[in-house]
Design a protein around this ligand. Structure first.
Ligand SMILES: [Zn+2]
Length: 462
């Protein structure tokens, strides 16, 4: 080979490398894609729901969901999570609770009845015509629903109804509808911010608490609930005879507490809720929603603008504060709880521990829930595994234990809790009403701190 042709080969190889790098750079920048996939939802929805409850404790539900295609390619079908269909032992073997009973009677697109596939919690609605990029289509689903007695999320407890994950929730589209099988170990569904209008009809009066702004607490038999930018809409219908309530006004929001008949527990929960809400509002950032409902039904669970908390004195503060912190991390800063459960759970537990440390002036107590979780079981090295890759209790020990403690230890050498709160505040400002995955978190962390942080980050995030 002659020298001149070698030079040409080197130049050609150089040009090819530059083109490849440019394509790679723009492809990843455009798609925000890393090993955890895209954080864009690809579709958005407006939900109009009519719900009626009959004397036999059965709901009849009509949902009209207007879906917008936000991708660059047409949709041949529309994918939803329909969790009630997975809540039976045929779909979820070893289901550790009673089954839900649900039956879809019709699905229409426009006025036309259409075919659909329903398996586990995956509902795929066929479209006669593809839904083009930028276009919208209304999907109507009619179904009946009876709730599992004392279920884990979706639940009926006597004459009280806790409607969680109860309607078809639009899934993420990322080269296809991204719908994971139902998994009771954590939250296996991912749905985006949507706008809601819900009309309800009830056979007798109930106290209503929901993801919407419900206003003054009073029993009702019918009404309309409306709310925008809500991730998954939760609705509680409570027997007025069984609950006492109190409303506390804090900075720009009403905290509405509902507890079983225990005035002392209600009072203590109200004091703690106010302190935690004010702390997160002032130290992390403004929560733009005007109302947070707090229901003492031992659900230990967060939903947009409403949480389920403890009725025991031992669990009162740790559960209440954790679920309140979730309004900032899970709701307003969103993430896929199947792929990256740590993003909401570990950061929430870290923020809750910072509040409790500050409130009691005792860091050991503040982080005691995280310590207990970490010591409960052998931990995984990496916190950012998908839900189905954790072996049982490793999910708890790693995501609720090891990861928040890792963050605490990092900040101990970096200005302590003040610096930690400033970091969380900057993170919250950056990602409000957006979705974060591990890659985005790492990029933000690297940009926030001086110097290379990859050694620290790679030691616990794959
Ligand atoms: Zn949590």
């Amino acid at each position: 080979m002659r020298i001149s042709s070698r030079i040409w080969i080197v130049i050609a190889a150089g040009i090819a490398a530059i083109i490849a790098l440019t394509v790679w750079y723009f492809y990843f920048k455009e798609n925000g894609e890393g090993e955890n996939g895209n954080t864009a939802m690809g579709a958005s929805a407006t939900y109009e729901i009519e719900l009626s409850l009959n004397e036999r404790d059965e709901f009849q539900i009509r949902t009209v969901i207007e879906v917008a295609n936000e991708t660059e390619r047409p949709f041949d079908d529309i994918g939803f999570y329909f969790v009630p269909n997975a809540l039976n032992s045929d779909e979820t073997p070893d289901l550790p609770q009673e089954a839900a009973e649900t039956a879809i009677s019709s699905i229409k697109v426009g006025d036309e009845e259409v075919e659909y596939e329903l398996e586990n919690n995956e509902l795929l609605v066929e479209l006669a015509e593809p839904l083009e990029p930028g276009e919208k289509e209304a999907i109507q689903v009619l179904y009946s629903l009876a709730l599992p007695e004392n279920g884990m999320r979706l639940s009926q407890d006597g004459n009280n109804f806790f409607l969680a994950q109860w309607y078809p929730m639009l899934a993420q589209f990322d080269n296809g509808w991204d719908i994971e099988p139902f998994d009771m170990d954590g939250e296996s569904y991912h749905t985006g911010f949507g706008d809601f209008r819900i009309d309800y009809q009830l056979p007798r009066e109930y106290l209503v608490a929901s993801s919407a702004t419900d206003g003054e607490v009073k029993p009702s038999v019918s009404g309309t609930l409306e709310g925008d930018r809500i991730k998954d809409f939760y609705l509680a219908l409570m027997d007025p005879e069984e609950w006492i309530h109190e409303t506390v006004s804090v900075e720009g929001a009403e905290l509405r507490l509902f507890m079983p008949d225990d005035p002392e527990l209600l009072e203590e929960s109200a004091v703690m809720a106010e302190a935690a809400y004010v702390f997160f509002e002032e130290r992390i950032g403004d929560n733009p929603f005007p109302e947070l409902d707090i229901v003492g039904n031992d659900g230990y669970m967060e939903y947009p603008n409403i949480i389920e908390v403890a009725t025991t004195w031992e669990a009162l503060d740790s559960v209440l504060v954790h679920e309140i912190a979730h309004q900032w991390f899970y709701y307003i800063v969103g993430n896929d709880p199947f792929e990256d459960a740590w993003i909401d759970e570990s950061i929430t537990e870290f923020a809750a521990s910072l509040f409790l440390s500050d409130y009691y002036g005792d860091e050991e107590y503040g982080f005691s829930s995280a310590e207990a979780a970490a010591n409960a079981y052998r931990q995984e090295k990496y916190a950012n595994l998908p839900l189905d890759e954790f072996a049982g209790a490793q999910y708890l020990s790693t995501v609720y234990g090891a990861a928040p403690l890792t963050l605490r230890n990092f900040f101990e050498e970096r200005g302590g809790q003040e610096e930690a709160l400033q970091f969380l505040s900057a993170y919250y400002r950056e990602f409000q009403f957006d979705y974060v995955n591990t890659d985005k978190f790492k990029q933000f962390f690297e940009a926030y701190f001086e110097g290379d942080q990859s050694g620290f980050l790679d030691s616990w995030l794959k």
